[in-house]
Ligand binder design. Structure first.
Ligand SMILES: Cc1cc2nc3c(=O)[nH]c(=O)nc-3n(C[C@H](O)[C@H](O)[C@H](O)COP(=O)(O)OP(=O)(O)OC[C@H]3O[C@@H](n4cnc5c(N)ncnc54)[C@H](O)[C@@H]3O)c2cc1C
Length: 355
């Protein structure tokens, strides 16, 4: 029996399972899924978990069940490509024939002193829970600094401002306008929303240091009771430690068929893969579909295609609390209640399809 090992049951790993398990897994192939969390987590909702507006249970989805799927709960510590083995913490190594690495990403602190030690995170479930705990235990009038005003910083700031109207929230951003990846019209819409909802935006900021109860903007000390870091990501450390070419986010460079250039049995999916788009759940799923196509062809003894068409992304939606939103759909800006309803609808559909 051949072993297809999937590291990480995130958006990429789950899509691969959902595509293969119903009826595309040959009789002589079994799958081993390894994750340090015993269920699939809806990472796109971590901002709401941290803000205290949804419960933990709402963002958990059970892994699928299948006679030829073994789910291994554990922490991956290293990938031994020469021996084709995965090393786990306090458990036996796992041998693979084919490997798919979908371990997601981590915060990137850009060498800002103290940022790794004194800031909170929403990049994994354990850290998002801790962030929930510190934010929701704050007394009235406490100051929360959120560093980085991309999608996740904006979603966290807005959700928290609705959840805790008594807090003083400061959103630090490098640019002229927040949400630099979006058209200016959308940035201005979101800035207006923040002005009306008691979130202070600090543009042109450059965080030079963080310590226990303050951050330093251009070396000027600003007292903060809690600082949350949403100012950049990089590939999971396990991937950053692998041999091979990586991009500036530590993501592995891959071929058009999503495997390593020097090993066609190791595929990289999602936030660990160097792709010409911003990392997203949607992208991880699109890539997963193409990886499944390669595997299916190979298992049938057919040649996989030389390359795939570009992955089609439907757009991106962000929330501003529970009633408003913003985003780009089919290259058109969209704001207000409709954007929020669409975002909730997409989440509902995702959960529905996961059973
Ligand atoms: C607040 C926020 C909002 C977002 N909103 C959107 C959005 O609206 N739309 C969108 O498309 N994307 C959004 N994203 C991005 C999206 O969540 C990621 O791009 C997506 O999760 C990447 O999927 P993945 O499969 O690569 O990794 P993940 O979904 O992160 O899965 C990685 C898995 O690996 C496991 N793992 C990690 N390390 C180890 C280890 N050492 N051992 C064992 N298991 C391990 C984790 O437990 C996890 O299950 C958002 C992200 C954040 C933080």
């Amino acid at each position: 029996m051949k072993n297809l090992v999937i590291l990480g049951g995130g958006y990429g790993g789950m899509k691969i399972l959902n595509e293969l398990l119903p009826n595309h897994l040959p009789e002589d192939v079994q799958i081993t899924l390894v994750d340090r969390v015993p269920y699939h987590c809806l990472k796109t909702e971590y901002y709401a978990l941290a803000a205290g507006t949804i419960s933990d249970k709402e963002i958990r989805v059970a892994f699928p069940e299948h006679p030829r799927l073994a789910v291994k709960y554990g922490e991956v510590i290293s990938i031994e490509t020469t021996d084709r083995k995965i090393l786990l913490k306090n458990a036996e190594p796992i041998a693979y024939d084919e490997l798919i690495i979908g371990l997601g990403c981590e915060d990137k602190y850009h060498d800002v002193p103290g940022a790794d030690k004194f800031t909170y995170s929403i990049q994994n479930i354990e850290k998002a829970r801790l962030t929930y705990s510190v934010l929701n235990n704050l007394g009235p009038g406490s100051v929360v600094g959120i560093v980085g005003a991309g999608l996740s910083g904006v979603e966290l700031a807005s959700e928290l401002s609705e959840s805790r109207t008594d807090l003083n929230i400061k959103l630090f951003d490098r640019g002229n306008h927040i949400l630099s990846a979006f058209p200016e019209r959308l940035s201005k819409y979101v800035e207006n929303w923040f002005n009306k909802n008691n979130v202070e935006i600090i543009n042109h900021s450059n965080i030079t240091k963080v310590d226990e109860n303050s951050l330093y903007n251009h070396d000027q000390q600003i007292p903060c009771d809690v600082v949350v870091w949403t100012a950049g990501i990089q590939a999971n450390e396990i991937v950053r430690n692998m041999d091979g070419e990586k991009d500036r986010m530590g993501r592995m460079v891959i071929t058009p068929l999503h495997h390593l250039p020097n090993d066609e049995h190791i595929f990289i999916v999602g936030d660990c893969a160097s792709l010409p788009h911003a990392p997203s759940a949607q992208l991880a799923e699109g890539q997963a579909e193409q990886i499944v196509e390669v595997l299916k062809r190979r298992w049938k003894g057919e040649e996989p295609p030389a390359s795939f068409p570009q992955i089609k992304l439907k757009g991106i939606l962000g929330s501003l609390g529970k009633k408003h939103g913003f985003g780009m759909m089919a290259d058109r800006p969209i704001t207000g209640r409709v954007a929020r309803i669409l975002k909730s609808g997409i989440l509902w559909m995702y959960k529905f399809h996961q059973g």
